[in-house]
Write a protein that binds this ligand. Structure first.
Ligand code: NAP
Ligand code: HSE
Length: 328
């Protein structure tokens, strides 16, 4: 049986999740895909620290060493920020590697460029994990777009902020305590300012805009308001009135063709579809011309939900390459 060699860039919450799932599902993946997958390199900033027992020999701090690996075919990317992630993936694609990323900061800005480079090199890009964690919104949208036009996308796209708002309301936690817990659960970004300021949801919204409308609004025209100014007293007052705070991202294509987007807190009552979406859950509703409104909900962050959709991307890519559709 052929062996596919893979590298994991970044070995924090998401990178470790990929490694665990690939090990746990090794036999099933081999049977379904007809190939063995072997992780042969793991890129980190500090290779002296073994995060998972038995992985020390795989760790490196050098992307050149990763890409010099003979027969490398797949690169999973779970590091942070636009650079060096984009440059690493650009090099990986030039080495004819399929790339699978969770990095929305990089993909929101450089996704189109990366996909064009991948196409030119005959390889695929998977980016399901870059939006809404374990919620398969990218695949769902791709599946309906051949026939449907999407006019509007609205939802909760950040697990950390929804978790904080839920814990402040339901448990009476302070903002800081809820954020600390979200960090310890692996939900928050390396710099959690990106979560609470709305920047993380904004990047995900831009990725959805590219997919739904083939374009993004000017980033500077998009109003992005975070949740950092919402106080415990405001949350309590809303609760008394039967309302809940949700941090909502929305993008729409207006009749004049303009794309309009916004990220901001919203008070919703119990009739609103986002009212029951608590904890780390995300929810996305797409308004389409034929289906009508299509909604999808699930865990928006965390090790296993996020890593699992990256492994799904891997299975889909290997299936495509072999000319069949994989159903795990
Ligand atoms: P994390 O726990 O902070 O891990 C980041 C990893 O990347 C660390 O292992 C770090 O190395 C490595 N790294 C950072 N910069 C690097 C560089 N320049 N070169 C090599 N390695 C580098 O982050 P995470 O939560 O796993 O998130 C990773 C990515 O997935 C981010 O882009 C995030 O937005 C995205 N994402 C996260 C989630 C989630 O639930 N956490 C969900 C969806 C998407 P060291 O260990 O040596 O510091
Ligand atoms: N920090 C992000 C969130 C991770 O909380 O939604 C998932 O992209």
């Amino acid at each position: 049986m052929a062996t596919i060699k893979a590298a994991i860039l970044g070995f924090g919450t998401v990178g470790q999740g990929i490694y665990h799932i690939l090990n746990e599902k090794r036999q099933e993946l081999r049977e379904k895909l007809g190939v063995e997958l072997e992780v042969t390199k793991i890129l980190v900033t500090d290779a002296s620290r073994e995060r998972v027992p038995g992985t020390h020999h795989l760790m490196t701090e050098s992307i050149d060493e990763v890409l010099a690996e003979k027969g490398l075919q797949v690169v999973f990317e779970a590091i942070v920020n636009e650079e060096p992630a984009f440059s690493y993936l650009k090099q990986a694609v030039a080495h004819k590697c399929h790339v699978i990323t969770a990095n929305k900061v990089m993909f929101a800005k450089r996704g189109a460029e990366l996909e064009a480079l991948a196409k030119a090199n005959g390889v695929f890009v998977g980016y399901e994990a870059s939006v809404a964690g374990g919620v398969p919104i990218i695949k769902t949208m791709k599946n309906i777009l051949l026939v449907n036009d999407v006019s509007r996308v609205q939802g909760i796209l950040n697990g950390t902020t929804n978790y904080i708002l839920t814990k402040m309301r339901a448990e009476g936690w302070s903002f800081d305590d809820a954020l600390k817990e979200a960090q310890s659960l692996g939900y928050a970004e390396a710099d959690p300012f990106n979560d609470v300021s709305g920047q993380d949801a904004f990047k995900k919204l831009m990725i959805l805009s590219s997919l739904a409308f083939d374009e993004q609004p000017n980033w500077s025209d998009v109003e992005v308001i975070g949740i950092e100014k919402i106080t415990a007293a405001q949350v309590a007052e809303a609760t008394e009135k039967g309302l809940r705070y949700r941090h909502v991202a929305e993008v729409e294509k207006r009749a004049n063709g303009e794309i309009h987007a916004k990220v901001s807190p919203l008070l919703v009552d119990k009739e609103h579809p986002l009212y029951p979406v608590d904890d780390v859950f995300n929810a996305v509703a797409m308004e389409t011309n034929y289906i009508g409104t299509l909604s999808i909900t699930g865990p928006g962050a965390g090790m296993y939900p996020t890593a699992s959709v990256m492994v799904e991307d891997y299975a889909e890519i290997i299936g495509k390459r072999a000319g069949f559709t994989v159903t795990i």
